[in-house]
Design a binder for this molecule. Sequence first.
Ligand SMILES: Cc1cc2nc3c(=O)[nH]c(=O)nc-3n(C[C@H](O)[C@H](O)[C@H](O)COP(=O)(O)O)c2cc1C
Length: 317
Amino acid sequence: MLGGLDLEVPVVQAGMGGGLSRHELAAAVSEAGGLGTIAVGGAAAIRHELAAARALTGRPLAVNILLPFARRDWFEAAAAADVVVTFWGKPRRRTPGAWLHQCGSLAESRAAHDAGADAVIVQGVEAGGHVRGSTPALELFERVAGALPAGYPLLLAGGIATREDVARALDAGAFAAVAGTRFLLAEESRAHPEYRKRLLAAERTLLTELFGAGWPARHRVIANAATDRWLGGDPRGPRLNRVLNRLLAPGARYAPARLQGRMSLAQTPGSRLLTPLGPTDDGPANLLDAGALYAGETVARIDAVRPAAELVRALTP
Ligand SMILES: Cc1cc2nc3c(=O)[nH]c(=O)nc-3n(C[C@H](O)[C@H](O)[C@H](O)COP(=O)(O)O)c2cc1C
């Protein structure tokens, strides 16, 4: 049980921010028996996507909130979801319903448990998108499971692309497995078609801090013109870029979406300041070469785009 919620299938689709996972994907995953997650910024967008997803499914839905950007009204809007998943920041209960916090270390998992999270998502270093910790998922999972009270629900994220991966997570004691990259390559995700094409062809990923304007943090991506331009010497990115990213960070929460949009439109592979936005099917195409092409290590094992419902079935042990 997850804060009073029982999942038919122990598969959760990770929230993928900047609008990569919206109502179409979340609803399709939930309708197939998993738990779908909407990840958009802004209270109005959260409300809109949740209403659109509710129109497609009567099953439970999650909303993901990235704490570095969140404002109070985002939580008010997200509270209407069945589950709220927070990431990247001090775990604190902000919504009354089921609340999960994604963690990258034992200390953070303990803090989330102590703060009253209904469950913790243990994220391994192989994960796509922003990567909180540095330990492989199963190893960290065992550490966390050994330290938190027996029966406390833990989910595992990172490295999940097949039914065997899900089975391994469940055997380790996970309540459910969380997959991002696999669902990024679902028909219903809002990834730009060229981004999908490059993901299907990709064999390896990079853990960098390059796309850190406003959010200086490690993230896992596949190579593009921007990483080719900047990551010769240090996979994290040049020191000056990282310093500038850190200086900008406090402003990220308060920069209007319009300004962030303008910044990402002007972004070229040679820009020192690269925002964390990824290329969506309705966003600017310059982000294919100048933005973050997030992907987890599983990208090397994924070779087809499939409907989300089919993926949920294929992931069910
Ligand atoms: C494209 C992409 C975007 C992501 N965006 C978010 C996000 O906005 N919020 C969040 O909590 N996690 C985000 N993540 C991380 C996921 O929650 C999860 O940890 C990760 O996808 C698991 O690893 P996997 O990609 O190997 O399945 C993202 C992951 C990917 C691949």
